[in-house]
Every structure is written in C-alpha cells, then in structure tokens.
Write a protein that binds this ligand. Structure first.
Ligand code: NAD
Length: 264
C-alpha cells in the first residue's frame, strides 16, 4: 500500500464483477488512498457492484447506461451532489453484438457498427464532456483498448475498428483538455478472461497464443493493469497524455518469436 492517490477522488465506470479490469484498477487506486465512486450499467448489476464498492470503502454507487445521454447527465448531476470535484475517471466500457465478434469483419451490419461505436467510443467522449466541468488541473482520465485496434486479430472485427477510433479520440481529447491540466490516456491490455471477453470467438486460443508468444511468456492480470493505471492516473504520470500504454506482457513488439531450436 502507498499514498500515491491520497486526497484524490475518482469515478470508476465499467465494473461488472471481480473479474472486470475496472476492479483491478479500482483496487490499486483504493490501496493508494483514493476515494472512489462507481457507476453500473443496469439494475441487474447493482447487486454485484454495491458490495464490491463497499469492500473498497465506497457507498457512492450510481446507475449509468452510456447508450442514453440523459443517463450520463444524471450520473454527473448525482455525482456532483456527493463531490465538489473530480480528480480521475476510469472508462472501462465496451460492447458489440457477440454474433459479430466471430466470422468476417466485412459482414458487419450497420446497426451493430453504429451501436459498437456509440457504446465503445462515443461514450468516453460524452463522459469527458461532463466530467471536465468537475475536474481541475492535475486530473486524469483513462480508457481501455486492445491491440486489435492496430493489427488484425481473429474475431475482433468491428471492435478493432472501434478501438482504433477510441485511441484517436484519446489523442484529440488530450489536446482539448490538456490546456486545463486534464490528462487523457489509454491502456492497451493483453487478453484477460472477463465477461466482455467471453463474447469473442476462440478467446481461449487467443489467450494461449499470447501466453506462448509474448516476451514475458504469460498473460497479464487485472492487477498488472491496475498497477499501470495507477501510474497514469497518479502524479507519477504527470507528464504523460494522449498515450496508449501497452500492458500486454510485451506482445505488441513481437514480429516473430524465435524457435527454441536455434539451428533449424
Ligand atoms: P467486463 O465485462 O468486466 O466490463 C465491461 C463493462 O462494460 C461492464 O461493466 C458492462 O456493464 C459495461 N457496459 C457495456 N455496455 C454498457 C452500457 N451501455 N452502459 C454502461 N456500461 C456498459 O469486461 P472487461 O474486459 O473488464 O472490459 C473493460 C474494458 O476493457 C472494455 O473496454 C474492453 O474492451 C477492454 N479490454 C478488455 C480486454 C480483455 O481481454 N478482457 C483487453 C483489452 C481491452
């Protein structure tokens, strides 16, 4: 435990259960002394999120469906009744119809394309429009992306296109909000077994491939992501904005892994 986040207040969006990447990030921020608020997607998730929030000493647990702009407005209205300021925001939200997270990208429907972009990309921008009003200098926002934004990964399809747009939106918001001392970054996490990931075709194979081919020869955990999030959200990251930090056991640097037998 440390005091990196002492006196800082943060909103965590995208907690579904104790496998969620948002949970790894929330835990590392709380251990470092942050005070937290949580948003949850729908009534079904409230009973999961409230006890997890309580474990980290938080009783600010607010509904927000990011597909509904009124719901995002309501979240920030409620949050401002609890807090007069906000030091950090974590956006760990993504969604696409799982029938399109398999097969060919080229077969993506217009409806699912727009829905995926709305929930996985625009929502971060919509949240920052509102969060900005509560944030002062030395504050930070973080979203979650994946390597499928940069290179073609099996089955990632429309979500890869959405993550590329999300990473671009991080850069544009870094510029817009940087003048007010608000930093905006992304973590590109390696594959982790979560609820959202279970919708992706052949996910077990992707996990195994990363384990065998990444420089660290393992998959990352939500704690690995949490520790790097702490760097970007705390004053340790004070000079960093517009960045996508890979927390993927180094997978993104490998063009081809060497075979173990050197004289093949
Ligand atoms: P998760 O299922 O635990 O979290 C996804 C969250 O998105 C859930 O809490 C869900 O309620 C929320 N969400 C979906 N639609 C929403 C809506 N309309 N309104 C509000 N919330 C909504 O899975 P996760 O893997 O922890 O996902 C978090 C983020 O990390 C996502 O952006 C995901 O794309 C990204 N990511 C995941 C992996 C991985 O392998 N798990 C790798 C890289 C990036």
């Amino acid at each position: 435990s440390n005091t990196l986040m002492a006196g800082k207040r943060g909103l965590i969006m995208g907690l579904a259960n104790d496998k969620s990447i948002a949970w790894g990030i929330a835990r590392s921020c709380a251990e470092a002394g942050a005070e937290l608020a949580f948003s949850y997607q729908g009534d079904a998730l409230k009973k999961r999120v409230a006890p997890l929030a309580a474990q980290l000493g938080s009783d600010i647990v607010l509904p927000c469906d990011v597909a509904d702009m009124n719901s995002i407005d309501q979240l920030f209205t409620s949050l401002s009744e609890h807090w007069d300021g906000l030091d950090f925001v974590v956006h760990a939200i993504g969604f696409s119809d799982k029938s399109e997270l398999r097969g060919r990208y080229v077969d993506t429907s217009r409806d699912n394309f727009l829905m995926t972009m709305d929930i996985s990309v625009y929502s971060f921008t919509a949240v920052m429009q509102r969060a900005e009003k509560m944030m002062g200098p030395d504050s930070a926002a973080l979203t979650l992306t994946y390597y499928g934004a940069e290179q073609v990964m099996p089955h990632y399809n429309v979500m890869g296109v959405a993550k590329a747009a999300l990473e671009a939106s991080v850069k544009y918001m870094a510029e817009d909000l940087g003048k007010d001392g608000i930093r905006v970054n992304a973590i590109s996490a390696g594959p982790i077994r979560t609820l959202a990931a279970s919708g992706i075709g052949d996910f077990r194979y992707i996990l195994k491939w990363n384990e065998l081919n990444s420089p660290l020869r393992r998959n990352v955990t939500i704690d690995d992501v949490g520790r790097s999030a702490l760097y970007l959200l705390s004053d340790l990251g004070s000079g960093v904005t517009g960045e996508t930090l890979h927390v993927d056991a180094g997978y993104h640097v490998v063009g081809m892994k060497a075979v173990d037998a050197p004289d093949i």
